[in-house]
Structure formats: structure tokens, C-alpha cells
Design a protein around this ligand. Sequence first.
Ligand code: NAP
Length: 325
Amino acid sequence: MNRPGGPGVLRLTKASAPNAGPGQVVVKVAAAGVNFIDTYRRSGVYRIPFPHTPGSEGAGTVESLGPDVTTVRLGDRIAWANSATGSYAQYAVVDAAQAIPVPTGLSLEIAAALPLQGLTADYLTHSTYRLGPEDSALIYAAAGGVGQLATQMALAAGTRVITTVGSPAKVGAVEALGVAASQIITLSALANLAQDLPAAVRQRTDGLGVNVAYDGIGKDTFAATLASLRPRGMAVLYGGASGQVPPFDPQELNAHGSLYLTRPKLDDYIATPAELQERAARVFDGIGTGSLKVSIGGRFPLAEAAAAHEAIESRQSQGKIILYT
Ligand SMILES: NC(=O)c1ccc[n+]([C@@H]2O[C@H](COP(=O)([O-])OP(=O)(O)OC[C@H]3O[C@@H](n4cnc5c(N)ncnc54)[C@H](OP(=O)(O)O)[C@@H]3O)[C@@H](O)[C@H]2O)c1
């Protein structure tokens, strides 16, 4: 990308292969995950220097080592989140300290699908608000990337889970995770989201509202999120797929019942190598044992990265979108 803009600013170009600096490795990328943050950077929501190679996560094989690398070897299969130069490329430079080992038997495609959304679902459900059997949780966009993984983690914790999907076509994907049809609210069926969604949530929680709401949609849903919580509940605003939430009055937290509001981001929950590896091991173990499933909702060649962005921005995608090299 040479400038911010719509998906059309993504162009496949030739570049010289990168070199690894101290503490870094060069990886031959097998697959790169597509994430909303890539679209925020592309469109100018997050300001970045240009030219820019997008891509925050991926998986591949280590091709060369920079000086002082002791924890990663040539030929290792690794994945990464937020620790590489752009992953939408044939080669990426990854910080060795942040390399996530890919277990034997796990494909590089699945490994590429997990770091960002899997680690995010992990910290949201284990750390931002630690879910348990006493809790009820509202999870938006449960057919989406983070949504499918967070829903499975919440169910595994024994939490009462209420989910949303944008349209009827996505209900099946959420039922397949183990959510009863009665706990899936289809947003397109609501005449007034800000009023009807909280009412639907309260109807499913004995009139109380949920303990925690995981809202990655943002602008369109934030008012409904606050109104769906029980007193002292927590609003976890972790994204803005529909746009960023405008400034708001903290008195609203008071009015809705002494609510908590947090706006978390992944980097703060993988700030040390130990925390990163602990979360990654939990996610990869879940995939290995079959207790966690990731569904690949679309595969695009690198040259069609613009179409991959259109797929997630148009609200058509389900599960994880992957670019392959
Ligand atoms: N804070 C963090 O650490 C962190 C890390 C990773 C991702 N995120 C955020 O998490 C959110 C979900 O990310 P994801 O990669 O898993 O995406 P995704 O869920 O696969 O896609 C976003 C979903 O949001 C829903 N949506 C509602 N209104 C929308 C609109 N106007 N435009 C587009 N989508 C809309 C759609 O589901 P329905 O049609 O079913 O409503 C869509 O499928 C994003 O906001 C992302 O920025 C945050």
C-alpha cells in the first residue's frame, strides 16, 4: 500500500527478500491471517507510515536466523501475532522472542488462522473477564473469527452464552458451536437494535441482563451493550467493525448500574513472552485435542488481498479468512 484508502489500494508488488536483524528470523510465509486491524490500517482509521505491507499474523518455516537468535532453529515451523513485518508477503521478518512454535500435526494454515483471533478470544474470556459457570455472557458476531472462538471458550467455561449474528445465513455456524438456536439473536430481525437487543437479552436472563458483553462491533451496538448488562456488569469493547464508538459520558455507566467499561487490546495481554506462550499453548492444545475448532471461511491468493478485505468489510464472511502465498 502506498496510501490509505479502499481495498483497491492493495497491490501485489515485487520487493527484495528481507534480512533478519539481531534477535530476528526470516520466515517463508505459508499463510497469512486476514484481520479487521489490517482494514483499519488500510483505510486510515489507524495512522501508519507508507509504503506499508499489511498483515499482523501468519505461519511459515524459518529460512534464516539473525545474530543472537538462540530459541528458534532453521526449519522450525512458527506462527506469530503482531511481531513481524507485514505478513501479506512471501517472506516476513519475525521477532524470535515472539515466535510461537507450531505443534507437529497442526497445519501451517490452521496455525496462521489462530494467533490474533485465538489469542484475543483467550484473553477476553480468561483474563479481561474470567468466565465461569455462574456467568452469563453476550457475544456479538458469534459466526465471525474472534466470535466463534470466544463462544467455544465461553461454553467450555460453563457460562450461559447469548450470541448475535447479523443475518439468518449465519445462524447455522453458531449452532454448530453448540449454542442453542434460542440463544442466537439475529440482528437483521430487530426493528430497533438499541431497544430490542437489550430486551431480547433480558428475556433470556430472567430480566437481569448479562454479567459481561463482548462487543467487537462498536458504533452500531455500543448503546445496546450498556443496556444489556446487569448492575456491576462489564462492557468489553474490543473492536469497531461497524465504526469506532464516539466519545461518551461516563455518567452512562452510573445510569446503567455501576457498570465497568474496558477497551482492551491484544498487545497488553501478550506483553511478556511467558504470557504469549501460555495463551498460544492453550489455544493450540485446544485445537490438538479437538475441544476448540477453527473454521476457515475463505482462502484467497496474495494477489487477491483486496477481495479478502472486501469479504470481511461487507459482513459476508464467517470464520477465518486466509491468504496463501
Ligand atoms: N482488541 C483486540 O485485541 C482485538 C483483536 C482482534 C480483533 N479485534 C476486533 O474484533 C472484531 C472482530 O474481529 P474479527 O477479525 O473476528 O472479525 P469478524 O468477526 O470475522 O468480522 C466482524 C463481524 O462484525 C459484524 N459486523 C457488524 N456490523 C458490521 C459492519 N458494519 N461491518 C462489518 N462487520 C460488521 C459482522 O458479523 P455479523 O454480520 O454476524 O454481525 C462481521 O462478520 C473487530 O472489530 C476487530 O477489530 C480486536
